[in-house]
Ligand binder design. Structure first.
Ligand SMILES: NC(=O)c1ccc[n+]([C@@H]2O[C@H](COP(=O)([O-])OP(=O)(O)OC[C@H]3O[C@@H](n4cnc5c(N)ncnc54)[C@H](O)[C@@H]3O)[C@@H](O)[C@H]2O)c1
Length: 329
């Protein structure tokens, strides 16, 4: 199978490529990435079977370029997106371009060329839930510009399936953590700041709840959906591990043997969702998917990975960068 992966220099896409080339002999991958700020070719240093891997720099919203690339593949797995909520609060425009225009460009082309598209979406489309969990039929209620662009892409994809019979599958996942995540996100940021004995900023009271999933478990689920996902369907992928931010940070400090005095509460993010929660019974029942790493194991593996990368640990600038949404004030 010839797979076109977009955004494969980023966190989840690179983990997906490494894993798939390692476990599948009959797969070749072309990775398209625009090399935006969080991308890193070093994420793919450990690639196995490089003869089945090809990188092409390009933007998924470039129609002509994408037509040529999609022509050569069987299926597109679309990871490419602007992914940081804070940045979307500061300036939503790049999110509209990558997350809506980019996804639509792929959608339109796969429809005309009769290919398949797997869209990697997020639990954030359901917005904040004070109680209960969202299943595949729950109503969208996104709060941030980021989440709204991901929801918009989903709506377009569904409408194309209904109108043109486009071969599309949507996956929605909870918060990922693990190796190769860019340092602006909570877990790697905390690891790097703690390693350097720097203050760790925590939004509001730190009680915001996320359901943390180890990135390998997410990639495993996408692989199953790639093989077995039904056209026009969506699949939620969650970890049953709802934990608030302050607990996550304290666990990291405990594992790294650092003082909780490093924690510093800062002004909350505007519109900060309190809790995300999804039910992943569908993928568990249909495809026998289960996560392999519990949170403690996954966190330990993640910390060990960063601790073995001095070039990342000692480059504080990405972890220290001021909160982007504040720059707009
Ligand atoms: N990180 C999470 O916790 C999480 C959870 C659920 C869903 N997702 C989704 O998974 C996908 C990947 O997330 P991530 O955390 O790996 O993001 P990331 O920011 O680490 O990587 C995104 C990659 O996409 C590339 N990119 C962005 N816009 C592009 C464009 N227009 N054309 C080509 N390349 C472009 C970037 O250069 C980068 O390499 C996103 O679609 C995100 O919405 C992420």
């Amino acid at each position: 199978m010839k797979i076109l992966v977009t955004g494969g220099l980023g966190f989840i896409g690179s983990n997906f490529i490494l894993r798939l080339l390692d476990i599948s002999n009959d797969v070749s991958i072309t990775n398209i990435d625009a090399e935006l700020y969080g991308s890193d070719h070093k994420n793919l240093n450990e690639i196995k079977n490089p003869e089945r891997y090809n990188f092409v720099k390009g933007n998924i919203s470039n129609k002509k370029f994408m037509e040529e690339q999609i022509e050569k593949c069987d299926v597109v797995v679309n990871f490419a997106a602007e992914s940081h909520v804070d940045r979307s609060i500061h300036d939503a425009n790049p999110f509209l371009i990558s997350n809506i225009r980019g996804a639509f460009t792929i959608l339109d082309i796969i429809t005309k060329q009769q290919k398949r598209m797997i869209q990697i979406s997020t639990d954030e489309v359901f917005g904040s839930l004070s109680t209960g969990t969202a299943d595949e039929n729950s109503k969208f209620n996104p709060s941030s510009p980021y989440a709204s662009t991901k929801a918009a892409a989903e709506l377009l994809i569904n409408s194309y399936h209904v109108t043109y019979g486009s071969d599309v599958v949507i996956t929605r996942c909870t918060n990922n953590y693990g190796p190769r995540q860019f340092l602006e996100k909570l877990i790697p940021k905390t690891i790097v700041l703690a390693h350097n004995n720097k203050k760790i900023p925590v939004y509001g009271n730190g009680k915001n709840i996320r359901d943390w999933i180890f990135v390998e478990d997410h990639c495993n689920a996408i692989d199953l959906i790639l093989q077995k996902g039904k056209s026009g369907e969506s699949y939620n992928i969650s970890a049953n591990n709802e934990t608030n931010n302050i607990t996550v940070i304290k666990k990291i400090l405990e594992i790294m043997n650092k003082s909780e005095d490093l924690i510093e509460f800062v002004e909350d993010r505007p519109g900060h969702d309190l809790r995300y929660s999804m039910d992943s019974t569908k993928i568990t029942k249909n495809f026998n998917w289960t996560q392999k790493s519990n949170f403690e194991e996954g966190l330990l593996k993640t910390i060990q990975w960063y601790e073995n990368k001095p070039e990342i640990l000692n480059n504080l600038s990405n972890a220290l960068e001021s909160t982007p949404w504040k720059n707009s004030n």
